[in-house]
Write a protein that binds this ligand. Structure first.
Ligand code: FUC
Length: 810
């Protein structure tokens, strides 16, 4: 703690509280809309195997219920709705563990101690990487690793091909409904689309304001492995995708049915045809036979499930389907409000706003929209019981999705979940833990075969088939701390919720991960410190003393910090569960002995244990600052020297072109926010919006990658509220241009939900809702307030007197 900190203990004094349920304000008219004056054009131009994005698809509006996703184009003459189902993965379970790995491990460590980095990197490439083709270098659709793929397209071909006017389409984040309207031949047409979680249906309502004016035919298609047929009142597309071993993989089905008001409904062999209706509701369901259950993975009764969903949906009125959808969605979405600007009527289409932002960054409404969009996307792609959001969430329009649309565990899947706790969507975090759980068995086999270690390990990538081996190239594939990083999310969930039952359930995962690294760490021969290795600093390359370009070393800073965090988490978890056995003692001792972050001669935080020069100084990964964010090891108050060195490293990365991918810029927001560097954090946010955001506000690497959407939402929250240091920091990185504003419902560790209104940069109104009771410390600049709380009560600590205002004016 710095000595400058004042501590005002308000214990039991001027804190007023009332006990009540949390309240959410009813929005007036929704200002949280993405809206456009033009449709996305529905022609198929996507290359199913190409890595570049289809520009029209990135204008379409994504929807999802956690498992079933869609991108709605809104084309007038022929609507295209591109479909996704989260488990539409090719490939199958496979053994990629390399028996050559362990026998060579000792030799590689020896070479590294002798300074023979080139030889060590070569031997790592020859022995430590996975057996077989691994991920197929990110193009694994036809190998066992597999690939997350498009489910296909729904087409609605309208009979009326006349010109149209008064066109508008929108996605309303307040109710997760997409609406399209236009006038054609004097008739006003409307479409309403939503993805219902409670009814597991996609619902599309088509209306015209004059009778008999709706005539269209509906069909479905997929680039490969699909058959279309009808079954009673349904149009069906189904098929079997490849297991990557020239055999049959998962089976899938999409069912479409319709309810019409007047007019005629009929089927051809491959179309559902509507003639002269007043109103039509289309209902779709989809599923595969995948189950997240190593090593079985198959067995969901997908045909019966989808049949039941559709039958039930048809028996329910549109009004009720919509109502159930909105109630379900809003229970999550409405927990958080953010206002950085006065809530004026939104008269500027979203794509125009985005374009304008490239030259003028004053549009705070766009910042609010991007923030809430990240929350919308998380609710839409990750629900309790689903698979976690992958590199593209659940939205992919190709058969070969870039990087297989997999789970990258060297930052990307973790970034997806950075906003989960802080923006009050903790339930959406659960799928990540389910996946982590199923990695236990394959991850422990990999730990045995590769390192003869106990516990479990994951390297930089995983998939829905339990892939835990290293990647197929050492430069990126020898990331050994994927498992530890995943595990840190378990503890984040606990720190925010204090849910002991959850911790008891997941403690074995934490313990087994800790066991792995206890076996894996070795003593540095020179210093006696415990170091990780042979390993990489994610995807970065250094210049070895002999001038060769290498990646493999002992004790890269990233690994050391991730393992430090894991050990801290494990010790905290053990304390919370009152476990204090020999193993906990050993881990406590080992944490002390870990090689710690070091500052180089140039004042930057060192990326490797030795003072190497990096090949790419503006590298997109900023992994050696893990301890600053998302970790806790580096803190402006607790470790000011390391924080200053971290700032130098960040500034250096930026000066050399860093932040050039969407997710890299998004990480900069979070890291600068942790440093209290408000304007730099804002700069990261502006980089995301100016360089890496598409018309539909999907972010890009490029190509499209959803992590920056989530990372940006998390970063904005991190600028407004932090709690990693034991106290709740209010407005820790507030840029000058956000001088006045308010938020409601952001979460802090310790089970607190916080609302803040600020004026001229100073909190003037604060409400703290305590979910679990316990002491609460609020911090603003150098001022702290501490008070006790009781479970499920709310507190207004600035009501009687505002010490933050007084001190700030001094
Ligand atoms: C990591 C990153 C790449 C990309 C990929 C999906 O390997 O280094 O930039 O984001 O994940």
């Amino acid at each position: 703690m710095t000595s400058k900190l004042y501590l005002i203990a308000f214990l039991g004094l001027a804190i007023s509280f009332t006990s009540c349920e949390q309240q959410t304000a009813e929005p007036q008219t929704s200002n949280m809309k993405l809206w456009y004056k033009e449709p996305a054009k529905a022609s198929v131009t996507d290359d199913p195997n190409g890595w570049s994005d289809d520009a029209e698809w990135l204008k379409g509006l994504p929807m999802g219920n956690g498992a079933f996703g869609a991108v709605v184009f809104g084309d007038v003459h022929k609507e295209r709705i591109q479909l996704n189902e989260e488990s539409m993965w090719s490939g199958s379970e496979n053994d990629n563990n390399n028996p050559d790995a362990f026998p060579a491990l000792g030799k590689i460590r020896e070479l590294l101690y002798e300074g023979k980095y080139k030889e060590a990197t070569e031997l790592t490439n020859a022995t430590q990487i996975c057996k077989g083709v691994g991920s197929g270098y990110g193009s694994g659709a036809n190998v066992p690793f597999g690939c997350f793929q498009t489910l296909g397209d729904l087409w609605i071909d309208f009979e009326n091909k006349q010109p149209y006017e008064n066109y508008q389409r929108e996605l309303d984040l307040e109710d997760a409904v997409s609406r399209i309207q236009y006038t054609q031949d004097g008739v006003n047409y409307k479409r309403e689309v939503f993805m219902s979680h409670p009814d597991q249906l996609m619902v599309i309502k088509l209306t015209a304001d004059q009778p008999g004016k709706l005539s269209f035919s509906t069909s479905m298609s997929r680039p490969e492995h699909s058959q279309i047929h009808t079954e009673n009142d349904q149009l069906i597309m189904e098929g079997t995708i490849t297991d990557g071993k020239e055999g049959e993989g998962l089976n899938y089905i999409v069912r479409l049915s319709a309810v019409n008001k007047s007019g005629d409904l009929s089927f051809t062999d491959n179309e559902l045809v509507v003639k002269n209706a007043d109103e039509v509701t289309l209902l779709l369901t989809a599923s595969t036979d995948y189950v997240l259950d190593y090593p079985k993975y198959k067995g969901r009764p997908y045909k019966d499930l989808t049949r039941t969903h559709l039958q039930k949906g048809k028996q329910t009125s549109y009004k009720n389907l919509l109502k159930r959808h909105i109630t379900d969605y809003q229970q999550y979405y409405k927990r958080v409000d953010l206002s950085l600007t006065s809530n004026l009527n939104d008269t500027i289409p979203t794509d125009v706003r985005l374009q304008n932002f490239k030259t003028s960054t004053t549009d705070l409404h766009l910042v609010e929209l991007l923030f809430q969009y990240g929350r919308y996307l998380l609710i839409s792609s990750s629900r309790p019981g689903t698979l976690p959001a992958n590199l593209q969430g659940i939205w992919a329009n190709k058969v070969q999705t870039p990087w297989n649309g997999d789970y990258h565990t060297d930052v990307n899947v973790q970034m997806n979940y950075w906003p989960a706790e802080t923006t009050n969507l903790g339930e959406m975090h659960l799928p990540l833990f389910d996946l982590t759980k199923t990695l236990q068995t394959p991850g422990s086999e990999t730990a045995k075969v590769h390192y003869n270690s106990d516990g479990w390990v994951v390297h930089p990538i995983t998939n829905v088939w339990g892939y835990t081996s290293p990647g197929e190239g050492a430069s990126w594939g020898m990331h050994v701390t994927g498992g530890a990083w995943l595990t840190s999310h378990i503890m984040e969930h606990y720190y925010f919720t204090l849910d002991k039952a959850f911790l008891e359930d997941t403690y074995p995962i934490l313990k087994a991960s800790t066991q792995f690294y206890m076996d894996w760490l070795v003593e540095d021969k020179l210093t006696g410190d415990l170091v990780s290795g042979p390993s990489v600093s994610p995807e970065n390359t250094f210049i070895a003393p002999d001038g060769s370009k290498c990646q493999i070393s002992m004790g890269p800073s990233h690994d050391q910090q991730v393992i430090w965090q894991l050990f801290k988490n494990f010790i905290d978890a053990s304390n919370a569960l009152e476990i204090n056995d020999d193993f906990v003692q050993q881990v406590t001792a080992a944490q002390e002995r870990l090689a710690k972050p070091k500052i180089g001669v140039d004042g930057r935080l060192m990326e490797w244990n030795e003072a190497f020069e990096e090949v790419e100084p503006g590298h997109r990964h900023i992994s050696h600052l893990f301890g600053l964010h998302p970790g806790y090891q580096i803190d402006v108050e607790e470790t000011p020297e390391l924080a200053a060195a971290a700032k130098k490293s960040l500034d250096f990365r930026i000066a050399n072109g860093g932040g050039h991918t969407g997710w890299s810029a998004a990480w900069l927001i979070n890291q600068y926010a942790r440093l209290g560097e408000a304007e730099n954090a804002l700069h990261g946010l502006e980089m995301v919006l100016q360089k890496s955001t598409n018309p539909n506000l999907f972010t890009s690497h490029p190509p499209f990658q959803i992590d920056a959407n989530f990372g940006t939402t998390a970063g904005i929250a991190e600028m407004l509220l932090q709690s990693q240091s034991g106290s709740i920091r209010l407005l820790p990185a507030l840029p000058k241009s956000w001088a006045n504003g308010s938020y409601k419902g952001l979460c802090a560790r310790g089970g607190f939900v916080v609302d803040v209104t600020w004026k001229e940069g100073i909190p003037v109104d604060v409400k703290v809702f305590s979910k679990e009771g316990g002491e609460c410390t609020l911090e603003f600049k150098e001022q702290k307030i501490t008070f006790d709380t009781e479970k499920e009560k709310e507190y207004f600590p600035l009501k009687e007197q505002n010490p933050f205002g007084a001190i700030s004016k001094e």
